[in-house]
Design a protein around this ligand. Sequence first.
Ligand SMILES: [Zn+2]
Length: 338
Amino acid sequence: MKIVYSDKHAAHDPQTFFVRGVKQRSTEQPERATRLLAAATSADHEVVAPRTYGTAPAATIHTPEYLDFLRTIARDWATLPNASAEVVPNVHPARYPATYPKALAGRAGWHQVDLACPIGPGTWDAALAASELATTAADMVLEGAHVAYALCRPPGHHAYADMAGGFCFLNNTAIAAQRLRGRHQRVAILDVDVHHGNGTQGIFWERSDVLTVSIHADPSNYYPYFWGHAHETGSGKGEGFNLNLPQPLGSADAPWLAAGDTALARIKDFAPTALVVALGLDASESDPLQGLKVTGPGFHAMGQKIASLGLPTVLVQEGGYLSDDLGRNLVQFLGGFG
Ligand SMILES: [Zn+2]
């Protein structure tokens, strides 16, 4: 399989992450990508360089105001007196009607939904490069490749059209799906990350041309808490085109793969002509975030199931954090495609 990769991700090395109120270094570290790359290379997958697109693909999903914010905020923030090295909001507009502010702290609160998406000097370049990886993989599939894998970092599936969150800034999965829509009338997205793909759900919430399906740990006691519940099915034209399959915390291979069967049945019913997989590997039993307990053979079986659809497929890396199994699980999953 062709692996689209660039080392530009390393410019983003977030230091801010809060766990039960305690600040620590983010688990979303550059070493994730280097380990995934090493594992894929050792399994004889072929690494290819991304193409250059600039912001055009990202602009098919994200608002101009948000892209401007991501591009400029770290530079502007650094001019504030006693500013931190990373942009972290300390105020949010929350759930009530609000006005877009001019102040940098206010804009940060508007566009960064939580404290897990700090923006440093290299964040924009890395996020933009990740969107170009996803776009390159989508174009390879449009040009005839059966499957291509974008080794994106930072991940993207928690990012909305105008809001970062949960380590994510640009929604690489959504950008790839929209790219495929250029030539495919119906595109499905299957998200197997342990966290609900809330940004992706939000982006396509009112659309019937992109089906969004997510298998994840039950958000009633797991990030992203506010989204990912089974009753969230889309609205307007999109009603019925979003399927959430939350799993009890700690679920192992059998229920996870059964949810995969349910997801694939819905996807077949939708009859897409292309697929994007939001490939989080953090459902692993070895992942430090400990949401589900999927094994290496479980990832392999899920890869096989998805490959059995026979659809042109773009794989987009989402979560999956440092453990001895991280690279092995990627190889297991990719191996499912034969
Ligand atoms: Zn995740």
